[in-house]
Design a protein. Structure first.
Ligand SMILES: Nc1ncnc2c1ncn2[C@@H]1O[C@H](COP(=O)(O)OP(=O)(O)O)[C@@H](O)[C@H]1O
Ligand SMILES: O=P(O)(O)OC[C@H](O)CO
Length: 496
């Protein structure tokens, strides 16, 4: 006998380094889960690719594993919610379903020159006004154009309607439905640079400027909507796909950031801060992204987002490259073992800097080294860098006029209590960690649950959010200012 509350929802979370599947029960508890990492490909300096078949195989295998374990425990999976690494771009043949090139990952910088040329052509203001985004290789449009310009014959085939473009959600929906549906949701569409977030439609002028044929595009749906039934062969019966959102938007949904000013920050490989700005897009004057948080029943909720490319990845760098720690968790004790950072700052611009700087050419820097600086200083500097980058985003958010009282956090790094306390101290706001840290998958499950009629509305979802720990700001103001000044100095040198 199980005490899980049926029916169950399968959440598929296709991330940058791994695919995960989690089955939640009706009360939001985890019934079963599975995870599988897959290889990253770096064919050239600054290029990052995934083999689409790795994405598909790990997604299917983990989904099947979690599904089978959950159904063994006695409940039935009623719906599927899908969330994904965003911006990553695929183009596939509509007949065979075979991709014509590897997936070009969001971190990939190969189109920096294309972006620079477009910028010289003066279209950046136009792009930002319509999409809320900046002109950067991060987004899908230039990646799609690159594939069509580099795979022989593909542009003509794309114009003939033989090829399909999609972000990872779109590709997975295509595969899960046996090639029946070519769909995406409004949040993923809003990350392509091709989608007008004010009018909620693909933008013809942008399609032309970026060189992406309209015939390749998926249809855009609400985040809780009908995305078709899975091919019955995959799970033994057809299951409806009912919810889709990009992973950072799904995390904001899982964190119940439903009111304007509600904000979450996810600390995984990178860090993504998302603040709900209500039913109208707020144009950022501080290089944040204005983006779609979700669209439900045709009504769009908007958000401001700050994207930091390196957060937990800096800890992985300490472990894998410098080999000065064995596990990420060790960093908490190391940081605590020294009273201050001893003047050592790390700017982890390993793949350039994202918001609010958008400096694709910037590279990492460590400052303030003395003969006495050792493992503790390096570990602490890596942790602190994540906090200072968040503080820069919080400043940009405040300058843009968005107000907030607390920061809700999730992702692998938030297990680190030292980091959470330092975060509260530096941003000067209480930091709230929820009991369920898998908020991305939970958000996708909630979206699917709304469409499947398992939840009535967002209020019912908000009631399920549970606090694990709250960290209150406690640092002396002079120390806080000194820390921030040291960071600003290191940052200035990096950008110079
Ligand atoms: N206790 C910890 N302290 C600091 N960093 C941590 C800790 N535990 C995990 N991490 C970091 O968190 C990241 C993993 O978080 P996760 O949310 O699983 O990332 P992703 O979904 O992007 O793969 C890794 O980069 C790891 O280095
Ligand atoms: O897969 P993650 O968690 O690294 O998230 C990637 C983001 O969606 C990129 O914008």
């Amino acid at each position: 006998m199980t005490d899980f509350e049926p029916p169950f929802i399968l959440a598929i979370d296709q991330g940058t380094t791994s695919s995960r599947a989690i089955v939640f029960d009706h009360s939001g508890r985890i019934v079963s889960s599975a995870q599988s990492e897959f290889p990253q490909h770096y064919p050239n300096d600054g290029w990052v690719e995934h083999d689409p078949e790795d994405i598909w195989n790990t997604t299917l295998a983990t989904a099947r594993e979690a599904f089978a374990a959950a159904e063994k425990s006695g409940g039935q999976v009623a719906a599927i919610g899908l969330t994904n690494q965003r911006e990553t771009t695929l183009i596939w043949d509509r007949k065979s379903g075979a991709p014509i090139y590897n997936a070009i990952v969001w971190q990939d910088r190969r189109t920096a020159d294309i972006c620079a040329k477009l910028r010289d052509g003066g279209i950046e203001t136009h792009v930002t006004a319509r999409t809320g985004l900046v002109l950067d290789p991060y987004f899908s449009a230039t990646k799609a154009a690159w594939i069509l310009d580099n795979v022989e014959g593909s542009r003509a085939r794309a114009e003939n309607g033989e090829l399909a473009f999609g972000t990872v959600d779109s590709f997975l929906i295509w595969r899960l439905t046996g090639g029946e549906r070519h769909l995406t949701d409004a949040t993923n569409a809003s990350r392509t640079s091709l989608y007008n977030i004010h009018d909620n439609r693909w933008d013809d002028a942008l399609l032309e400027k970026f060189g992406v044929p309209a015939a390749t595009l998926p249809e855009v749906r609400d985040c809780a909507d009908d995305y078709g039934m899975t091919d019955p062969d995959l799970f033994g019966r057809a299951i409806p796909i009912c919810g889709v959102a990009g992973d950072q938007q799904a995390a904001a949904f899982g964190q119940a950031c439903f009111a304007p000013g509600d904000i979450k920050s996810t600390y995984g490989t990178g860090c993504f801060v998302v603040i709900n700005t209500g039913d109208k897009p707020l144009a950022s004057h501080n290089k944040l992204l204005s983006t779609i948080a979700w669209r439900l029943n045709g009504e769009t909720t908007y958000a401001l987002e700050g994207s930091i490319f390196i957060a937990g990845a800096a800890i992985q760098w300490l472990r894998d490259e410098l080999q000065i720690i064995k596990s990420a968790a060790e960093t908490a004790d190391l940081a605590e073992s020294i009273e201050t950072n001893n003047g050592v700052y790390l700017v982890p611009a390993f793949t350039g800097l994202g918001a609010p700087h958008w400096a694709p050419g910037a590279r990492g820097l460590i400052t303030g080294l003395t003969r006495g600086a050792g493992r503790a200083e390096f570990a602490r500097a890596a942790l602190e860098s994540v906090v200072y980058q968040t503080a820069d985003l919080m400043t940009a958010i405040a300058r843009d006029g968005a107000r907030t009282n607390t920061l809700r956090v999730d992702g692998g790094m938030v297990a680190n209590d030292w980091l959470m306390q330092f975060l509260a101290d530096i941003i000067g706001l209480p930091v709230e960690r929820p009991k369920v840290l898998e908020t991305t998958a939970l958000g996708a499950a909630y979206l699917a649950g709304l469409q499947a009629g398992l939840y009535q509305d967002t209020e019912e979802i908000a009631e399920r959010w549970r606090l694990d720990a709250r960290f209150q700001p406690a640092m002396a103001p002079e120390l806080r200012s000194r820390n921030l000044a040291g960071w600003s100095d290191a940052l200035r040198r990096t950008l110079a």
